[in-house]
Ligand binder design. Structure first.
Ligand SMILES: NC(=O)c1ccc[n+]([C@@H]2O[C@H](COP(=O)([O-])OP(=O)(O)OC[C@H]3O[C@@H](n4cnc5c(N)ncnc54)[C@H](OP(=O)(O)O)[C@@H]3O)[C@@H](O)[C@H]2O)c1
Length: 512
């Protein structure tokens, strides 16, 4: 294998984080996620020498695919989607241990064949391997797969060998509180919680992990991180893309389910949680659940704290684009929200009175995800110009994508004979400081699951707590159809009702 310089983020990693011999089984291995993210993640882990020497990859799906063809598909996926140019030596090593098993997701006999396939791998190797099942199928078959893993003995908890088998479950984890609870019950009937890794790929992103470092490792932020110094928090996940060909999927989902309930609530939890006693999974997740539980219930209507809207036609990047209801597969009377804005109140000692504003939408002016912490302004009387107080609030923003980084807005004197101020931005970009070849979120998450570190995964009670907050809103919206559904022009920053939500508290959305 060609020697490649190790990314600075990976220094020292393999010393502390060796994964045991593992077979990774991907359910839904002919799918989009497998090709775009999972296979390239495995490849890059191997490239960085982070896979165990005895590593096996097994694809599973309904369509029969010969082993050789699966290896060809996997090699093509690496060529197209890996962050690195493929290195034949690295791929050959994985390819020699890659195979495919065909079978239905609710077909018990097929799971027995899968078990026999894994047994044969172990026999050839002469030792046991840990089994990591990655469920990368549509959610309709999550439960049958879990139940069949249980029935075929593949999920055995093996007392004394707690990491013997593990399962990664893709999103969406339920579509409301009842379905999330039902899925948790099914999972718990087969696996113990420490074997379960509910994925939210946002948690694998560098800036999201850096949030904890910035908060707890910097003396200039840690003491200020509370209601005495912070005025408000704004979290934005804006997409430029529309629904494209995924209209059918999006009609069943909408913005609240697709972005806010899961990814954005993880960002809220990490921004607002108390310092955990350690960075161990349970310590971090306990604090996240506590803060989610402290959020006041949402209310709807003129005095409420929720807004929703659908994009109308508009211009993006100089091109005219269609409105949502004119997209392929969308009903003219669709009430699905493509944008939602929420004002959250966290009812605890640290955050009393500090609004957390969340907004997410498709077809917005620019693709950007960020967390912006707006600090309170100092008195400012020294710098009042003509009696007008004109200082900008210090804003610390974590840019999650694109161009991951951090910036801080400071008031600065404009050079010259008068004392006039101007806000300036101090920025740090990961790509500039550490190089651009940063590991992808899925690499970190697959490695963590192999090792058994659940810190960057969602615990069952966390998923349920978040659904508990949003299910009444979803139920209400379903009951009123299009009533109260606002619109916004494609290419804008969202609807007027969202601006009004902030104006009620004398706030305004910042331009990310
Ligand atoms: N794609 C992404 O970028 C992305 C991002 C985040 C999360 N996810 C989540 O990851 C999971 C997989 O996503 P994906 O985009 O790879 O899905 P996909 O391509 O639609 O489906 C994956 C595989 O599942 C099987 N399948 C498809 N429809 C099925 C059905 N109705 N019943 C049973 N099996 C079916 C197919 O394999 P066989 O026909 O060979 O069985 C298919 O190749 C989903 O839960 C998705 O929400 C995806």
């Amino acid at each position: 294998m060609a020697d490649s310089p190790r990314h600075p983020f990976l220094h020292g990693l393999s010393k502390h984080r060796g994964a045991p011999p593992t077979v990774v089984v991907i359910f839904g291995a002919s799918g989009d996620l497998t090709a775009r993210k999972l296979i390239p993640a495995v490849y890059n882990l191997s490239h960085d020498n982070l896979l165990p020497a005895d590593f096996f990859l097994v694809g599973y799906g309904r369509k029969p695919i010969p082993d050789e063809e699966f290896r060809t598909l996997a090699a093509a996926a690496i060529k197209e989607f890996s962050r690195r140019e493929p290195d034949a030596g690295v791929w050959d090593r994985i390819a020699a241990h890659t195979s495919y098993v065909a079978g239905g997701y609710d077909e018990r006999a097929a799971f027995d064949r899968l078990a026999a396939h894994i047994d044969a791998i172990e026999k050839r190797l002469g030792r046991e391997v840990q089994r990591l099942f990655y469920i990368s199928t549509p959610p309709s078959v999550f439960a049958p797969i879990v139940l069949n893993l249980g029935a075929s003995g593949l999920a055995a908890k093996h007392p004394g060998r707690p990491h013997h088998s593990k399962v990664i479950i893709e999103k969406p984890f339920g579509r409301d509180l009842a379905s999330a609870r039902a899925l948790n019950e099914t999972i718990r009937s087969v696996f113990a919680e420490h074997q379960v890794f509910r994925i939210d790929h946002y948690l694998g992103k560098e800036t999201v992990q850096d949030l904890l470092v910035q908060r707890f490792a910097n003396a200039i932020f840690e003491p200020l991180w509370n209601r005495n110094f912070i005025d408000s928090v704004q979290i934005t996940v804006a997409e430029e893309a529309g629904v494209g060909s995924r209209g059918g999927y999006y009609e069943q989902s909408g913005c609240l389910r697709d972005m806010i309930q899961n990814h954005m609530m993880q960002l809220v939890a990490l921004t607002a949680m108390e310092p955990p006693v350690s960075l161990e999974a349970e310590a971090v997740r306990d604090e996240k659940v506590k803060v989610l539980k402290a959020i006041s219930p949402l209310t709807i209507g003129p005095e409420g704290n929720v807004a929703r809207a659908q994009y109308a036609g508009g211009m993006i990047g100089g091109k005219t684009v269609k409105g949502y209801v004119d997209e392929e597969g969308i009903a003219a009377q669709s009430a699905t929200e493509t944008y939602a804005a929420i004002r959250l109140s966290i009812n605890n000692w640290r955050w009393q009175g500090v609004p957390f504003y969340l907004r997410s939408g498709k077809r917005m002016a620019r693709r950007v995800s960020e967390i912006a912490i707006n600090f309170k302004c100092p008195p400012g009387t020294l710098f009042a110009e003509g009696g007008r107080f004109d200082l900008a609030a210090n804003t610390l923003s974590f840019q999650i994508q694109p161009d991951e980084g951090l910036s801080l807005i400071l008031n600065t004197k404009i050079p010259g004979l008068e004392t006039r101020t101007q806000p300036v931005k101090m920025s740090f970009r990961y790509a500039t400081t550490f190089g651009s070849n940063t590991p992808e979120a899925y690499e970190r998450l697959v490695l963590d699951a192999m090792i058994g570190d659940g810190t960057l995964f969602i615990r069952g009670d966390e998923a349920e707590t978040s659904w508990k907050l949003y299910t009444p809103v979803l139920d209400y919206w379903r009951s009123v159809g299009r009533e109260g559904l606002d619109t916004y022009a494609a290419g804008s920053w969202g609807p007027a009702s969202s601006d009004a939500l902030l104006a009620k508290r004398n706030h305004a959305w910042r331009q990310p």
